[in-house]
Design a binder for this molecule. Structure first.
Ligand SMILES: [Zn+2]
Ligand SMILES: [Zn+2]
Length: 286
């Protein structure tokens, strides 16, 4: 039997991709689907059935993904946004909202999706009869969030089909006004796709308008933060003078310093506080 395996390393594939000139279209898709039994499957290909694709903390047996909010496309989204009493809820993380969001969108300030759902219900508890539109990057989170809101007695819940990614593409193709301003944060090397020229965030170091996310160059830190070009030069792409000092040490010394420091979830840690490092918080690298 033929065994399939990768013949080219990931690093090499990435390099080839960046060098090619061919235009590519990226497709992402998902489907929530109840599975009773997978039966016998392939010998090598592994398909994993996950109880949850998104850690949502919902354990209510009465909750069903079959009753979801109504989908809206870009045109319908714009129409609903014209109405004064429409409420728009951003279901993403703080660092995503920070660089780009729909005009008048409300942020649900929690660090995890699990906490965000009940928080959204609580924040909106007096608005059960209003039009509520939920959105996220690709649609998967707010599909669940809209079902959760309906489950909690909200009557007019919508969610943006395909998320911001699809909205931007549809709006452009149809020549519609884009009501999403700034950048759409994405988890690839770009760390953000510009939707409009508006720069709505500030450099975390000097406060100047900036919306370029970067990971601190110190390998023992890798903090995700917003840095302007001037600060990138001044701090060699690091988040603090402390990290800059470490970054400029010989490699062996850096490795030595990193021993015993568990950076675990730091890279994409979601809390607001985490994104605004202070010198006091950097003591661990001294
Ligand atoms: Zn700056
Ligand atoms: Zn750092």
């Amino acid at each position: 039997m033929t065994v399939l395996h990768n013949r080219i390393s990931q690093a090499e594939l990435k390099k080839l991709l960046y060098e090619e000139t061919e235009h590519r279209t990226t497709i992402s898709f998902y489907q929530y689907f109840p599975v009773d039994d997978d039966g016998r499957s392939f010998w090598v290909l592994k398909i994993k059935v996950r109880e949850k694709i998104v850690a949502d903390g919902i354990d209510d047996p009465g909750f069903s993904m079959q009753n979801k909010g109504s989908y809206v496309n870009a045109e319908q989204m714009n129409e609903l946004l014209q109405q004064d009493d429409t409420i728009v809820i951003d279901m993403r993380n703080h660092y995503e909202y920070e660089v780009g969001h729909f005009k008048k969108a409300i942020e649900i300030p929690s660090d995890t999706f699990r906490e965000q759902l009940p928080m959204a219900v609580d924040m909106m508890k007096d608005k059960k009869d209003k039009n509520i539109i939920m959105y996220c990057t690709g649609g998967i989170r707010c599909e669940k969030a809209s079902a959760y809101m309906l489950h909690h007695g909200f009557n007019h819940v919508y969610h943006l089909e395909g998320g911001i990614i699809n909205y931007a593409r549809e709006a452009k193709a149809a020549g519609l006004e884009t009501k999403f301003i700034g950048k759409n944060f994405v988890f690839d090397d770009r760390l953000g796709e510009r939707i409009t020229e508006d720069i709505i965030a500030k450099c975390h170091q000097c406060g100047k308008p900036a919306d370029t996310h970067t990971n601190c160059k110190n390998d023992g830190c890798h903090l995700l933060f917003i840095q302007c070009d001037d600060c990138a030069k001044q701090y060699d792409g690091c988040c603090t003078v402390e990290c800059q000092t470490v970054y400029n040490l010989p490699l062996e010394q850096q490795v030595e310093l990193r021993k015993g420091i568990d950076k675990g979830m730091m890279v994409f840690n979601k809390s607001k506080k985490r994104l605004r490092p202070t010198i006091a918080e950097k003591k661990s690298y001294k």
